[in-house]
Structure formats: C-alpha cells, structure tokens
Write a protein that binds this ligand. Sequence first.
Ligand code: NAP
Ligand code: 8YV
Length: 320
Amino acid sequence: MTEQKITVLVPGRMHPRALERLTAAFDVVQTAPGAELELTDAVKAKIAGVATTNRMPADWIDQLPNLKVIANFGVGYDGVNASHAGTKGIFVTNTPDVLNDEVADTTIGLLINTVRRLPVAETYLREGRWEKEGAFALTPLSLKGRHVGLLGLGRIGLEIAKRLEPFKVKISYHTRTQRADVPYTYAPSLLDLARSVDTLISIIPATPQTYKIINADVLAALGANGVFINVGRGTSVDDEALIAALKTNVIAAAGLDVFYDEPRIPAGFFDLPNLSMLPHVASASVPTRNDMADLVVDNLIGWFRDGTLLTPVPETPVKG
Ligand code: NAP
Ligand code: 8YV
C-alpha cells in the first residue's frame, strides 16, 4: 500500500524547480495561470498547502476548508491575503533575504542606466549610428555628487544603501520607524525626504498605506534635477503624475522595474525618452530564483514534517 501524500495546490505559474520538488514531496494540483479555482469540492477538501506566485485572495482561502499553510514565491506577498489567512489560523510564508543582493545589484544597475542612458547608448551602437553619426550625446545627468533618498530601508533597502556608499553619494531615508543602527539621515516624512534629496529610490511593499504615495507633490519636491527609481511595487506610484512630471521636466528622469498593472504598461510611458524600464527582473537570475524556489518548498516540507516554518510573515502567528 502506498503512503497517502499531502495535497498542495499551485494556483497558476510556479518556478520549475519549485514545481519539481513539490511534485516529488506532495500530490500537486495545479490550476491554469489566471484561472479561478475550478476544482471539485472533494479536491478542495484535500488541499492542505498552497505554493503560489503572489496570488491567494480571501475568497480562494475560504474555498479550502482544510488549508493550513500558504508559501509565497516572492518576498512581497501583497497578492496573498495574509491577514485573512491569519484570522483563520492559516500560516503564510514568503522568500525574504535570499534575493536581497540580486535586487540591490539590479537597483544600482537601473539607477546608472537611468542617469547615464546606457541602454539607449547601446541601442545607438547596435543600430550602426556611432559609425554613421558620430559619438553618442553626452548625458545631462551624472551620479556624481547626488543625494540619494531611500523610501524603505528594510532588508533590501539596506543592501542598496550599502552599495551606494562607494559611489560617494549622500544617503538619506524615510521609513515609518527611524532606525538606530544606520549612519544615514532620517527624514520624518516622504515629502521631507523628496525635498532634501535629488534621487529617490522606492523599495517599500504594496500596502494600503503606500498606495500611490509617490504623487505629484513628491515629484515636484524632488525637483528638476530629480531622478526617481522604483524597485518596490508599481502601486506606490501615481502613474499619471509621473508621466506628467517626466514630460514637463518637473523631474529629470525615472527608472522602473515594477508597474501598477504589470505586465501592462501605460501607453504614455513608451513615449518618454527620459524613462528607463525593466520587466520586473530585479530578482530574476537563475541562482536567486532557485534559492527563492527552495525556500518556498522548504517552508512547506518543514511545516508538514514537524510544524517548522522558516520564513513566516508577521500577519500570521509563528508556531513555537
Ligand atoms: P522589508 O524588509 O519588510 O522592508 C520594507 C521597508 O519599507 C521597511 O524599511 C519599512 O519600514 C518600509 N515601509 C513599509 N511601509 C512603509 C510606509 N507606509 N512608509 C514608509 N516606509 C514604509 O522588505 P524587503 O525585503 O526590503 O522588500 C521590500 C519590497 O520590495 C517587497 O515588499 C516587494 O514589494 C519589493 N520587491 C521587489 C522586487 C523586484 O523584483 N522588483 C524584488 C523583491 C522585493 P517601516 O516599517 O519602519 O515603515
Ligand atoms: C518576484 C518580487 O518574486 O520577491 C518579490 O517581491 O517582486 C520578485 O522577486 C518575482 O517577480 C516573482 O514573480
């Protein structure tokens, strides 16, 4: 007789290594990307765990009467209703720390791309224009002498700050709680931060409090030499205000890795020569995504083996 395996739901896409390991350890039920939970009641009743790429709304949680744990692929878990899960005694885990270095490295790359227009310069070369038209235009902006403000100084924000130090820029930050363990200047509000710096990097989660907080006032405070970089979540930005600010030189340039309704990009973004864009790739290297995949699976295996959770989120209680 074969031992009954625990059933784990994978709603939509999942990293292949995670899927392979999950399939070896559990009975996996996978639904199509973007689909609703079209499963029989009998299958729903069997599901004890979920491995998801940032999608687990309250009504899905409510449809699974025996759900115990949700493991999210990603440190940001705004697509998982963790508070709702918590009220039902269901645990949620995410993938913190293993991606800090990759995301921080990419942020520095995006900042330099934005200020020094490196992707545009490479396209100029590849199109044969260097030989035909001469040297690529000098960039009006430079990283030299900038004052960088970090909106968010958590696990990733701190790694970005450390990487900025060798660039000899000034560093300030805003978070709701001032940190006692950093040498950077604290700004008590986002507007204060934007007024005091010329470069703003957003690395905060998507929450009701961060919804569209980078707005016209913040961009105006950043000023005409201002550069805005977003590697946190697109929901923190008022896109219409950003387009207007880039069009009318309220700020000088922006670099975005994340978008409000990605992968859909506002048409207005494509017309802006002072905007550098990446398709949400900050953590997207094979080694880092493998580490994230392992953390998803190890959380589920640990939980079902002996109740161990490696990386629970704060909204759900930690099992002692
Ligand atoms: P973290 O360690 O929890 O840090 C979050 C930071 O944001 C903290 O400093 C927190 O400080 C601050 N914060 C939260 N709410 C705020 C608010 N309302 N106003 C001001 N500051 C606020 O998280 P992390 O691991 O660094 O990740 C941060 C976010 O980056 C993730 O949630 C995810 O959305 C995003 N991310 C994006 C990518 C990508 O591929 N582009 C990759 C990884 C992560 P206080 O609590 O003191 O306010
Ligand atoms: C995503 C991210 O996990 O961790 C996060 O919060 O934004 C990324 O690392 C990745 O895009 C998964 O699709």
